[in-house]
Design a protein around this ligand. Structure first.
Ligand code: SF4
Length: 435
C-alpha cells in the first residue's frame, strides 16, 4: 500500500511524478496484482473524482481511522489469498472511503464516527529553540464556505495532554512554542480556555506564539502583527458565510491590538460572493480607515494594513458548493478597484497570493469529474515534454484543447456536481440566503 496526502492542488502533479518515478503505472486500471494499492487523501482530494483515474482508494476527510480499517482488510485479504479486486470490494464499504474501480461515479459516503482518544500525540521537535504544539484539529464554527469544518470533525487535546506535551517540549529545550489550531479561541477543557494554555506555557519558561484569526485571540504573547479574517462585510458574513465573528468584537480587537503595539494588520477577505454589492466591497476600505483613525487616537505610528483576498471558490461538501465562482478577470478587477480607492497604497494594500493558474487548477479539482483528472495527466505529460511548469502546461493544454475554463466556474446544479450523494461528514446549518 502506498499513500499520498494531497494538501495543495499543485501536489496533484507531484503525486503523478512520484508514481512515475517509482515505476508504478499511473492509471489504476494499468496496475496488476503486483503493484501496491495506491491510496490518496488530504484536503485537495475532497472531490475524489478527478483523482479516481489514478488512485485505487481515496479517503475523504480525516484518514487516520479509515486508513487503519483499510490496512486491516488488506492484511486479512492477503492472508486469505484474495485478489486485489476482491480486497477493494471489501474496502469500498468502509465509511469515508471511495474505491473508483468498485464504485464508479456513484459515490455515497456516510458519516464517520471519529473517537477523540485516537488523537495522535504530535511530535516533540525543537529547532533553534522553536517548537509547536497542535491543540485541536478542524474547527467547531460553521462557516458556510469552509472546507475544514465541513469535512473534518472537531477534535481537541485535553488540558492534561497539552501539559504533558509542553513539559516534553520544555525538557527538549524549547524556548518559543507556536500554539497551532484552526481556532485556538474555541478550545475549552472544563473551565479552562486558551488563556490557561498560554499561562502554562509562560510558567514553564517558554514564549507562546499564536496566529490570531479570531478577535478573541488578540493579545497572546508578544505580537507586533495580527491576522484577522473578517472575510467580507458584516451583512454577507452573517447571511451568506455564516461566520460568527461580530463586527463589534472585530473592531474591539483592532483597538486592543493597537494598544499592545501591533503595527501590522493582515485582514483576510473573500471577493465575488453571490449578492456582493459595492457597499459590501466598501466595507474593506472602511475597516482600513477605522484602523488608521484608531491608531491616530492612540498616538501610535500608523500601522501597515494588508488585505489578503481570495476569490470565492466553492468547495465540495460545504454549504456554498453550488454557488457560482467569480471569474478571474472580475476578481482582479475588484482588487484593482479596491486599491484605487485607497488614499495611500504604502499604508493599505489589497493583494492576492493566488495566481490565475492556481485558480483554474483549484476550480478543476473542486468541480471536476474523472475527465478533468485526464486533463491533469495531459498537463503532466505536456510539462515533461516541453519542459515547462505544470501550471503553465495546464494552461497550454486548456488552450490546445479549446476548453472553456469558465465552464468550470459556473454555478452547477446539485444534480450536476460530481460528488452528488455524499453525505456531508459534518452536517451544517444552511445559511439564510441559500434557503
Ligand atoms: S472559523 Fe470558520 S473559516 Fe475559520 S476554520 Fe473555523 S469554520 Fe473555517
Amino acid at each position: 500500500m502506498l499513500g499520498f496526502s494531497i494538501v495543495n492542488v499543485n501536489q496533484t502533479f507531484d503525486f503523478l511524478e512520484a508514481l512515475e518515478a517509482s515505476g508504478i503505472p499511473m492509471f489504476s486500471d494499468e496496475r496488476d496484482e503486483k503493484s501496491p494499492l495506491v491510496v490518496v487523501g488530504g484536503a485537495s482530494a475532497i472531490n475524489p473524482m478527478p483523482l479516481g483515474l489514478f488512485a485505487d482508494i481515496i479517503i475523504m476527510g480525516q484518514g487516520e481511522e479509515a486508513i487503519f480499517r483499510c490496512t486491516e482488510v488488506m492484511a486479512k485479504g492477503k492472508r486469505e489469498g484474495k485478489s486485489k479486486s476482491e480486497i477493494l470490494e471489501e474496502i469500498k464499504i468502509i465509511d469515508g472511503v471511495y474505491v473508483p474501480s468498485a464504485v464508479g461515479e456513484n459515490i455515497d459516503f456516510a458519516e464517520i464516527d471519529y473517537k477523540e482518544d485516537k488523537y495522535p500525540p504530535g511530535s516533540i521537535m525543537v529547532m533553534d529553540g522553536k517548537a509547536s504544539i497542535i491543540i485541536s484539529r478542524s474547527c467547531p464554527y460553521e462557516c458556510a464556505f469552509c472546507r475544514l469544518s465541513s469535512s473534518q470533525h472537531y477534535q481537541k487535546k485535553s488540558y492534561q495532554q497539552i501539559m504533558q506535551h509542553l513539559s516534553l517540549l520544555q525538557a527538549a529545550g524549547a524556548k518559543e512554542v507556536a500554539i497551532v489550531s484552526a481556532s485556538a479561541s474555541a478550545w475549552r477543557s472544563g473551565d479552562m480556555n486558551i488563556n490557561d494554555i498560554i499561562k502554562a506555557t509562560q510558567e514553564l519558561g517558554m514564549t507562546p506564539k499564536s496566529l490570531a484569526d479570531r478577535p478573541e485571540q488578540i493579545g497572546f504573547g508578544n505580537q507586533n502583527s495580527v491576522v484577522l479574517a473578517p472575510e467580507t462585510s458584516p451583512k454577507l458574513r452573517k447571511e451568506v458565510l455564516n461566520k460568527s465573528i461580530k463586527e463589534k468584537a472585530l473592531r474591539e480587537a483592532v483597538v486592543k491590538a493597537l494598544t499592545i503595539g501591533v503595527n501590522k494588520f493582515t485582514f483576510y477577505g473573500i471577493l465575488g460572493i453571490k449578492g456582493e454589492t459595492e457597499e459590501d466591497l466598501g466595507y474593506f476600505n472602511e475597516l482600513a480607515a477605522f484602523t488608521l483613525y484608531q491608531a491616530e487616537l492612540e498616538g501610535a505610528t500608523p500601522p501597515t494594513i494588508e488585505f489578503n483576498v481570495m476569490p470565492l471558490m466553492p468547495s465540495p461538501h460545504t454549504q456554498l458548493e453550488t454557488f457560482p465562482m467569480v471569474s478571474w478577470d472580475d476578481f482582479r478587477a475588484k482588487i484593482e478597484k479596491l486599491n484605487e480607492a485607497v488614499p495611500n497604497q504604502e499604508q493599505v494594500k489589497f493583494y492576492t497570493h493566488l495566481s490565475e493558474l492556481d485558480y483554474y487548477l483549484e476550480a478543476i479539482l473542486n468541480r471536476g469529474t474523472i475527465s478533468e483528472g485526464r486533463l491533469c495527466f495531459d498537463a503532466y505529460r505536456h510539462a515533461k515534454h516541453h519542459e515547462v511548469s505544470y501550471l503553465q502546461a495546464l494552461k497550454e493544454v486548456i488552450v490546445e484543447k479549446n476548453i472553456n475554463i469558465n465552464d468550470y466556474l459556473q454555478a452547477r446544479e446539485i444534480s450536476q456536481l460530481p460528488y452528488k450523494g455524499i453525505v456531508q461528514p459534518t452536517p451544517k446549518r444552511k445559511p439564510r440566503s441559500q434557503s
